[in-house]
Design a protein around this ligand. Structure first.
Ligand code: NAD
Length: 370
């Protein structure tokens, strides 16, 4: 028996609907494997604001720091648009990331076979696509000081942000990249703009030094603008793309669209390894989709696939992660789809029907494998 603890944070909008289907999946793994789950469920974002008066309660944060992994739905919604900035739903998520120092954001762009035709690119360019975008999440231009909007003595106004990276921030991100590549196709593209940015020159220098510790991994440097172009020209050339906060934000969205739908995209955010344990938050890439919340239209697969990442990276359960991903492929191959990914002429299923189909697929595949 392997005991694992999870904090489930359903959040707002479609978050609770997706997490409800994930809970059935977790229940399946609890009944059919030797994993024993210790689950705590709590509020985050708007739901936490309503209950605790803050988007992340201290008691929630305390639990978050203790568990093996956190799995989140999504946060946000128009009803909290006028709340003070530090009390908005997104502030809860940002504080959580900051407090746990979740610096490495993993966003896989995997083209699931049954959805290859849903990509905006030609099918042969994306079929079999499997890229891991690794984005630095806690530093760079989104956090650098000075920042602000100011009026100079001569009366001119300006807005400014600062791109700044310490050596150790680049190094720890690159190390995660090389370690990921070692378990994948052994190639890292380190992406910056060393041609025009000093921080880019520095990034490249650190990446080159760190790369020497991983002689089996091929390291290639690429400018961010070229990377954007290559992602739509020949995406299968990439394995792991390691980059800063700003470029990672943009490139991961670009890569996401290669694979079809927002409702299919999982992510993980990892912290440093301390005493053999790494803080980890798993969440779908999509937001709380207030336009479809509460209608049974949400695609729960991005959340379910985020849990597959949790099985792989936090619990070291490769075969269970593979099984869950195969179950997703199995369901899609049967043309069981929610509205966002429905094939033409095929009636879409509801969020909970998708959950039921997944459980059936897990039963079917595990019997076949037995
Ligand atoms: P969104 O991702 O919520 O929705 C964009 C579009 O995609 C909508 O039409 C939505 O219906 C659709 N969509 C998204 N996920 C889907 C799913 N699982 N199944 C089916 N359709 C899906 O982005 P948005 O509308 O820009 O933002 C809505 C709210 O979510 C905002 O408050 C925003 O701040 C928040 N948000 C939160 C996160 C997060 O929790 N990490 C991320 C992005 C946005």
């Amino acid at each position: 028996m392997k005991n694992v603890s999870i904090l489930l944070l359903p959040g707002d909008g479609i978050g609770p609907e997706a997490i409800a289907e994930l809970s059935r999946v977790i229940e399946w793994f609890s009944s059919n494997t030797d994993l024993a789950f210790d689950i705590t469920t709590d509020d985050l974002g708007g739901a936490a604001y309503e209950r605790y008066g803050t988007p992340l309660a201290d008691t929630t944060l305390e639990v978050a720091k203790k568990v093996d992994a956190i799995v989140m739905g999504s946060v946000g919604g128009p009803q909290w648009d006028n709340v003070e900035r530090h009390l908005r739903p997104e502030a809860g998520l940002l504080t959580l990331r900051k407090e746990l120092d979740l610096f490495a954001n993993l966003r896989p762009a995997t083209c699931r076979a049954a959805l290859a035709s849903a990509s905006s690119l030609k099918e042969d360019l994306v079929s079999g696509l499997d890229i891991m975008i690794l984005r630095e999440l806690t530093a760079g231009v989104y956090f650098g000081e000075p920042r602000g909007i100011e009026t100079l003595p001569d009366g001119r106004r300006r807005g400014l942000d600062t791109q700044v990276y310490f050596e150790e921030e680049i190094e720890r991100l690159l190390r995660v990249g090389f370690e990921l590549a070692a378990k994948r196709n052994k190639k890292v593209h380190s992406v910056e703009k060393a041609n025009v940015m000093e921080s880019g020159v520095f990034w490249r220098e650190v990446a080159t030094r760190v790369g020497k510790d991983y002689p089996d991994i091929e390291l290639e440097h690429m400018y961010a603008d070229n990377c954007a172009m290559q992602l739509v020209r020949q995406p299968k050339q990439f394995d792991v793309i390691a980059t800063d906060n700003l470029f990672g934000d943009i490139l991961s969205d670009c890569a996401a669209m290669l694979t079809g739908s927002l409702g299919m995209l999982p992510s993980a955010s990892l912290g440093s390894e301390i005493d053999g344990k790494r803080a980890a938050l798993y969440e779908p890439v999509h937001g709380s989709a207030p336009d479809i919340a509460g209608q049974g239209l949400a695609n729960p697969l991005a959340t379910v696939l985020s849990f597959a990442m949790c099985l792989r990276y936090s619990f070291n359960r490769q075969s269970d992660a593979d099984l869950l991903e195969s179950a997703v492929d199995h369901v899609l191959a049967k043309n069981i789809r929610t509205t966002d990914i429905a094939a033409q002429g095929v009636k879409p299923v509801s969020t909970s029907d998708m959950g039921t189909a997944l459980i059936e697929a897990l039963n079917e595949l595990s019997t076949q494998n037995a």
